[in-house]
Design a protein around this ligand. Sequence first.
Ligand code: ADP
Ligand code: MG
Length: 693
Amino acid sequence: MTVPEMFGENVFNLDVMREKLPKDVFKSLKKTIDEGKPLDSSIAGAVAHAMKEWAISKGATHYTHWFQPMTGVTAEKHDSFISPTQDGKIIMEFSGKELVVGEPDASSFPSGGVRATFEARGYTAWDPTSYAFIKEGTLYIPTAFYSYTGEVLDKKAPLLKSMEALNKQALRILRLFGNTTAKRVVSTVGPEQEYFLIDQKMFDARKDLIYTGRTLFGAKPPKGQELEDHYFGAIKTRVSEFMHDLDQELWKLGILAKTKHNEVAPAQHELAPIFSVTNVACDHNQLMMETMKKVAARHGMYCLLHEKPFAGINGSGKHNNWSMSTDTGVNLLDPGSTPAENGQFILFLVAVIKAVDDYQDLLRLSVASAGNDHRLGANEAPPAIVSIFLGEELSEVLEALDHDVKYEGKGRQMMKLGVDTLPDLPQDTTDRNRTSPFAFTGNKFEFRMLGSTFSIAGPNIIINTMVADTLREFADELEKAEDFNAGLHDLVVRVYREHKRIIFNGNNYTDEWKEEAARRGLLNLKNTAEALPHFSDKKNIALFEREGVFTEREVTSRTEIMLDNYAKVLAIEGLTMIEMAKEDIYPSVNAYISDLCDLIEKKSKLGVPAAAEEELVKKLSAANEAMYFKANEIDKLLIEAKESANAEAAAKFFAEKVIPVMQELRAYADEMELSTAKKYWPFPTYGEILFSV
Ligand code: ADP
Ligand code: MG
């Protein structure tokens, strides 16, 4: 089968719809998909029937409403199509109602108090803008998840709402520029996904990987990433076979898997798809992560998606390439070539600049998690301070506007917005600033702070909403302007002046930047416990309510869920650490010490010196004992953490009290690893894991 034949083979996409649905039904459904119009309920039955027939012809026996609860991963409950008949046989049935609404038992999903268990009903509602698909004998129907009282309980519904908010405000702006034809504006995302592949046997031998997804112990191997020989290096056969299989699986699901390569760290790789409409990109990224794990297992490997599987080795992120596009395919962050296009581009650009400056806190907390805390600010990922990279040329253009002077760069003159033409901006991507958290890359912004495990829904809800709200302000002002071009010019200059502190084109990894950012008054929310509570700040709740994305109750419950998750992850790490320290490392090192003592005794009988053994025994005994007592200390702290007054206090307690002791415990263990004979050490070392494939 050729790739074009294979592509989307398991997807109920437009081609299949056109072929299988009655003409009028297809037309109505297509309108819903293209224009975000509400679904005409009278067509649900016909669509369900066609979907079922198609699914059965592809070997499916079940269907599921596929949803994205606050756990960050997807959820599914499969029902078969079977329905008994009077004569004791069965037929395959699937009704319009079953397609449109589902009622999974929702009592065990995190809701942050929105839904008490006694009113556990949760509903799933079909999202017709993301195609249904077949996977392993089941028809998957992408849905949003909400409670009996209407509060959203998932990441999908608010994402769709944020896209709608953006659509509404961006269209107002386009109309001001005389665009009367665009019917819809969508945000687009291309998420680049990093991951590690290790041998399954290595994974099975480490409790920390099994329970927490990352190593809690491990001394630095003699060779890590310092030679930089892995980045873009030749791909090993086993990995290449995995990537080949993965591509095929993803293509069948209609996922535009495009670029694959080795990353910086040993055993680290990346897969980037071609961008798509944000809610589809979100569904596809979830499927991509899940498929990576499944395909790796088929190849005897384990795919680690954690942000920081190995200390001292680069962690994994996810770059969220974001832009806005009209239904006619015009990228609104593309500078264009006419004065009107240029003016419009600059307006959308300063909208993003203002939004990022006004909502630094939201962007920061949208990427906050226990796992990502190991990366942000650790000189391998952007710092915890949010800023924008614009590049030299674009910065000069805006500076020239600000100073009301003609832009003379590269011999060109500038410019009255809406009247003059922008100079050519370099499309060359080679000198891109890789340290920037939010970089303009020619025709899109790349938000680089996401951790590799993240659902991209969270960060994109924030980006869509804050940009929508800024465009609302702009449209309010410009719709009243007497002279549009003059009004546009004034607004752009004023907004740029007020918000240019967020622009930084230099190296984000330096200490000078931290100081400079503090002088500029930019936020530096160092960890998750510090960042998350800002979600419920008054100005943020007001933003979400204005744009119809979250209610106050939804914001506060989400804050609680995320804080709680942070504390839970750290508690699991603490408990795993105690178990490994006491049950594995402590007895193993003691066994080695005991053998050394026997040896010392034997040697002394022969009158042979045993200085090395004696030194080792002293050193290991001291470290092993210290580690043991640190484990007790963590134990006590975990009990104390349970008494925290609320989720925020608990998160703070973990960040300030528990993490430092975990680091101390680890230091003793890692030191012992380097002095303990190989055959005694209870689990595989970094060297063994990282070079296992
Ligand atoms: P890079 O040099 O970073 O690899 P690419 O142009 O290859 O740059 O793009 C990286 C990612 O950005 C890809 O997933 C790509 O599809 C995505 N991308 C490109 N254009 C857009 C856009 N207009 N909106 C969203 N994502 C985009
Ligand atoms: Mg990139």
